[in-house]
Ligand binder design. Sequence first.
Ligand code: ADE
Length: 253
Amino acid sequence: MRFDVFSLFPDVFHEYLNSSILKRAQSLKVLEVHLHNIRDWTTDHHHTTDDTPYGGGGGMVMKPEPLFAAVEDVLGAPPSCPVILLTPQGRSFNQKIAFSLAEYDRLALICGRYESVDERVRQHLATDAISIGDYVLTGGELPAMVIIDAVARLLPDVLGDPDAPQDDSYATGLLEYPHYTRPPEFRGWRVPDVLLSGNHAEIARWRRQEALRRTFTFRPDLLSTAALSRDDLSFLEALGYQPDVPIPPPTQN
Ligand code: ADE
């Protein structure tokens, strides 16, 4: 899969892309990331990429011309693949969207900077707009990196364990159970006995219950769409879960 990233600060990507799993994905040739500096497509002497907003107000707005020129030069006009604008005003990124993006052979990511990007970029160049959360960052570079990371680990052969993405928190509809490794006791804190017991059925049962307990504690809103067995429901009801009482999503708190 190939990502084309359009940014005013393409250098910030190198260190992360050249580490750990993303480095491995690129050496396996399942991932390519092409970084493009939007400033290279400016035509004026000062290489201007931003200007003041029509209508007044503070902050600067990214100009449309260098962005259209950059994307159309690299991807053709109209662009040959989805073009995603990273913006706090986009749809909220989640694991489901990561799975759907991993189906594409190629994706373009536009990183906004300054106060905003000229609306004509969003309307006539971008085919999608994604936010990574309800907070405002100084630019779209970290969001682009988040998307590349979340999508790359779903590509074939990138993770050592091919089943891992299916077991992840959110893929199952529940938060994941707690993990422990050696030593069995650290500063007096013991690993739960069941995990040392070798009893696989009991371990599976404990893990399921701890996933349910965590989800109930931290993300009860996920329980309304998770696939729950009768045993799951009795366990949750003993914790105080009431399936018929709607739970507001955490962002509304
Ligand atoms: N740019 C600034 N903040 C952002 C966010 N939360 N998501 C995506 N792009 C952004």
